[in-house]
Ligand binder design. Structure first.
Ligand code: NA7
Length: 537
């Protein structure tokens, strides 16, 4: 029953990160009454929550930004090649102020349920704060990595020290001076946090289950001349990002070549040049890193040799060398001094692959019969990616079916943007879209614009309801799997596949077919009157 307190909107958006903020901006332009609900007490999404030491984006700052407003582009000044979390959060706050977005965002409000009612063709949204609202359109902008994964090691509650998860970092920061810190996890996050914590803590023990490849970021301040040049060419740069495979083209000084077709000396020269240049330049210059195991072995060998050169203690170096998955098949981090940090006297690497963490004790971590005494434990153990946050909301579509039931055998979407049985529910960067395999703002803008165009079309044609046809969804999922299986991605136990969460079904979730191709496909679908969707009054 809806009571008098229920507020009615044209659209409800869940989340006020990059995606939710831009969606609000566009829906407002369209004249739709829109309410955004945001769990945090400020904007920023991922960049609001992930405040751990060393948190930084691995897309270049000038490209990791909105392209919709040339004025915004020109007035904002990025300071470093790769932006640190505080700078990105400042940027997003600036955007919220500049476009007066806050007045339609209700903070400190977590959406707990969203139920579709076929009779009224409206969604009823409930929040943990007791709000009820209805809306014609429900748009999830919840992020792909926003449900923290904190393994429940036995004894965790008995630990007398402090426990942190990188994705829920205290806003006031943490002072590790003089402390013995244990860090669990060596994904992108652990790799960013390790060198920074090591500089502050008395002792840092890194618990590593899977050694990871990482490339040097070679972060540095941006020069005035670079900024002027980029600002002058922004339109052209944005367009090439949109048409590119991963939403970024900055690293390409020449068309990519096949590793396997290069002579030994030339290959080595190019690897070395890419390593020196930093960031994803090293992989972006080649066509076959992600598709040929032989090519991948060559580049992986190069990184293993680099680890052997950088890390002085060869036992530690060996432990750091990945052998169990192709380079890039797990999310490839870029770092500042990660491997070199293991040369510090106050840093120890503990392999928890062969001797998994048995228990957390009052004093620390017990593994392989050794108790590591600690003052703080940092969980850099990642997220229940892509579906975790959506499943935390009780989303029910037609006939009361929950999204969780519908996706019991893996997420099923058409274009990663809608799921059959859930009319007028749009997912920004949902599973089955390029999302996490791309420079996120490029994919977010594409989705927001596609959704906005779709709603515009519906209004112009007096249509009130859109949902995918089952057959179109089946074909899309088959295509998502087919292109994934053409790559080396399925060979790793990654969060792309849900393999990091015990019991989660192993399905490759993002679309690996490329941002540019995907954009074209979505545009073609729209141009054909939203082919594969059922639209009705
Ligand atoms: P990731 O990439 O999922 O990394 C999590 C790390 O935590 C990884 O090394 C895991 O080892 C490790 N982990 C997880 N559970 C355990 C247990 N039970 N025991 C020991 N070690 C464990 O998360 P991040 O936060 O680093 O990065 C997420 C994304 O954010 C990143 O890819 C960017 O896109 C931004 P595993 O490899 O599973 O053996």
């Amino acid at each position: 029953m809806l009571d008098a307190q229920t507020r009615a909107f044209d659209a409800v958006v869940i989340g006020a990160g990059f995606a939710g903020m831009y969606q609000l901006y566009r829906l407002r332009e369209l004249g739709l009454s829109t309410q955004v609900y945001e769990a945090g007490d400020g904007v920023g999404g991922t960049w609001y929550w992930n405040r751990y030491p060393g948190a930084r984006c691995d897309s270049p700052s000038v490209h990791y930004s909105y392209s919709f407003s040339p004025e915004l582009e020109q007035e904002w000044q990025w300071t470093e090649a790769y932006p640190a979390q505080p700078e990105i959060l400042r940027y997003l706050n600036h955007v919220a102020d500049r476009f007066d977005l806050r007045r339609d965002i209700q903070f400190n409000t977590r959406v707990t349920a969203a139920h579709y009612d076929a009779a009224t063709n409206r969604w009823t949204i409930t929040t943990g704060q007791g709000d009820t609202a209805t809306a014609t359109y429900l748009i999830t902008a919840v992020g792909c990595l926003s449900a923290p994964n904190k393994p429940q090691f036995p004894g965790l509650d008995s630990f007398k020290g402090e426990v942190y998860h990188t994705g829920l970092w205290p806003h006031e920061g943490v002072d590790f001076s003089g402390k013995r810190v244990g860090l669990i996890g060596t994904g992108s996050t652990g790799i960013q946090a390790t060198p920074v914590i090591a500089e502050q803590a008395a002792q840092l023990t890194v618990f590593q289950r899977t050694p990871n490849y990482t490339l040097p970021a070679r972060n540095r301040p941006l020069t005035e001349a670079e900024i002027v040049d980029i600002k002058a060419r922004y339109r052209e740069l944005r367009q090439s990002n949109r048409e590119s495979p991963a939403g970024l083209t900055f690293h390409l000084s020449a068309p990519p070549v096949s590793i396997l077709e290069l002579a030994d000396e030339e290959r080595e020269r190019m690897f070395e040049a890419g390593w020196e240049r930093g960031g994803f330049a090293m992989v972006g210059g080649f066509t076959d890193v992600y598709t040929s195991i032989d090519a991948n072995n060559l580049i992986a060998d190069f990184v293993r040799r680099k680890i052997g050169e950088i890390v002085q203690d060869q036992e530690t170096a060996k432990k750091l060398m990945p052998h169990d998955h192709p380079l890039g098949s797990k999310r490839l981090p870029i770092d500042t001094n990660y491997y070199a940090t293991f040369n510090r006297a106050n840093v120890t690497l503990v392999d928890v692959r062969n001797a998994p963490i048995e228990t957390i004790t009052e004093k620390g971590v017990l593994t392989g019969g050794t108790e590591y005494e600690l003052d703080c434990i940092v969980f850099a153990t990642g997220f229940d990616a892509m579906t975790g946050t959506l499943f935390k909301i009780d989303i029910r579509g037609r006939e009361g079916r929950t999204l969780k039931e519908k996706w019991a055998d893996g997420p099923r979407t058409y274009l990663g943007v809608q799921s059959e049985g859930f009319p007028n529910l749009f997912m920004i960067t949902g599973p089955g879209s390029p999302s996490v395999l791309s420079n996120m703002p490029v994919s977010i803008e594409q989705h927001v614009e596609w959704i906005t165009d779709c709603i515009t079309y519906m209004r112009e044609h007096d249509l009130g309801r859109i949902e995918p046809v089952s057959a179109a969804e089946d074909a899309w999922i088959a295509h998502v799997n087919e292109v994934a299986n053409y790559t080396l991605y399925p060979l790793a136990n990654s969060w792309y596949l849900g393999a990091n969460i015990p019991g989660k079904l192993r399905i490759f979730m993002p679309y690996v077919g490329g941002v540019g191709n995907y954009r074209q496909h979505c545009a073609d679908v729209a141009a054909k009157g939203y082919e594969g969707f059922i639209l009705s009054a």
